[in-house]
Design a protein around this ligand. Structure first.
Ligand SMILES: Nc1ncnc2c1ncn2[C@@H]1O[C@H](COP(=O)(O)OP(=O)(O)OP(=O)(O)O)[C@@H](O)[C@H]1O
Ligand SMILES: [Mg+2]
Length: 270
């Protein structure tokens, strides 16, 4: 009886994110649907039959040990990697080899661990290149819009600086502004703070927390569990090519079920 009660409580905790999404008006539209996704590099299977639905505006955090497939999963969403098997739908449209570039351009932006800014371009040029070249926006309008986003990440005064003259935290905030300027509906973050000196982590997380108040669908690979607690509608834990547990950040703090999850959390939380 006791164990039945315990497992009922565990179930409630696991499904709570979906209730939360419904309550706050999210979860009505599936922004991303991943069906039976597998990815192999040669003989090396790195994602094994992943199924995942992400609602419009949802904030999803992905955690898990090195090599478990976190980066590969998010890189399949924007087709930086081609799935070996399975299907990905974005806004109900199947991503195919034919439309993949168009779909990525239309829906997704990515923030990388190593910022990936163009070193020979100024901050402002880094922000205007995609709107001008990919979206056909005039230079004047692109610069106006870029300045608004630089203001938002607190770096308007660095518009004419080059990346090498900025701190890591500042470069990552520029990279976030660059992701925002194209007004994509989905932003993928791949460990955006893990290359930063500890004192710069918070300034980047603060920008991400601000961003989480908008209806952008955010998928963040990060081990910053404080951030997850603050913004995540749902956290998924990956291990060895698969999603092995999901729930709220609270669930992972207080009631993780899987032994591997417990071991992993004991390492990152202490
Ligand atoms: N381009 C590639 N070619 C061959 N193997 C790859 C490639 N990219 C990733 N892999 C392999 O796929 C597996 C999953 O890698 P992935 O980068 O997705 O893991 P991860 O969970 O993001 O790890 P980390 O926390 O270290 O970033 C690893 O075994 C990795 O070596
Ligand atoms: Mg990775």
């Amino acid at each position: 009886m006791q164990s039945y009660k315990k497992s009922k409580e565990a179930c409630k905790e696991i499904y709570r994110p979906f209730f939360r999404l419904k309550i706050c008006g999210k979860g009505v539209i599936n922004m991303i649907k991943i069906k039976n996704l597998s990815k192999a590099y040669g003989d090396n299977l790195v994602l094994d039959n992943i199924n995942l639905e992400i609602a419009e505006g949802e904030k999803l955090v992905i955690i898990g040990p090195s090599g478990s497939g976190k980066s590969t999963l998010i890189r399949c969403i924007n087709r930086l990697e081609a799935p070996t098997k399975g299907e990905i739908f974005i806004a109900d449209q199947l991503v195919t080899n034919k439309n993949k570039t168009e779909m990525a351009k239309k829906y997704t932006a990515m923030v990388f661990q190593q910022f990936n800014l163009y070193p020979h371009k100024t901050v402002l040029q880094n922000l205007t290149i995609a709107p001008i070249k990919l979206q056909g926006i005039s230079k004047k309008d692109a610069e106006k819009s870029a300045m608004i986003y630089l203001e938002r990440v607190g770096l308007a005064n660095k518009a004419n600086a080059y990346p090498q003259n900025l701190s890591g935290g500042q470069q990552q905030r520029v990279a976030i502004a660059r992701a925002l300027v194209t007004k994509q509906k989905i932003i993928l973050f791949d460990e955006p703070t893990s290359a930063l000196d500890p004192e710069m982590v918070q300034e980047v997380l603060d920008v991400m927390v601000e961003l989480s108040k908008e209806n952008i669908t955010m998928i963040c690979v990060t081990h910053e569990m404080g951030f997850a607690r603050q913004v995540a509608d749902r956290v998924i834990f990956m291990d060895d090519k698969r999603i092995v547990e999901e729930g709220t950040a609270e669930h992972f703090f207080t009631n993780p079920q899987n032994e591997i999850t417990k071991l992993f959390l004991s390492k990152i939380l202490h």
